[in-house]
Write a new protein. Structure first.
Length: 95
């Protein structure tokens, strides 16, 4: 029996979003390959089930990021709350 790459990606995303010890995850693939779609699909399933292991996340594209400082800004700007009623870091600052 062969496990599809889509199944492996879904499993790993689910593990990442529900594991409180997971730090970072990189989705790598060609433009238009469905990275954002699969992320949003699994994220919505985890949110609906109430299984999120952390209060928030940041979804950042590295396209056009040329320095660590730019990456830090992008992470801050794209932070999202995971659980109902949780504010992202940007929302919490009132900016």
């Amino acid at each position: 029996m062969t496990v599809s790459s889509t199944s492996l990606v879904n499993t790993e995303l689910m593990r990442f979003l529900t594991d409180p010890t997971a730090d970072a995850l990189a989705l790598i693939g060609d433009w238009g390959s469905g990275k954002t779609y699969v992320w949003n699909d699994v994220l919505n399933k985890v949110r609906k089930a109430g299984d999120a292991a952390r209060p928030g996340y940041a979804y950042v594209s590295l396209f056009g990021v040329n320095s660590l400082a730019q990456l830090n800004v992008a992470i801050f700007q794209h932070s999202e709350g995971m659980k109902n009623g949780t504010k992202s870091p940007l929302e919490a600052t009132g900016l």
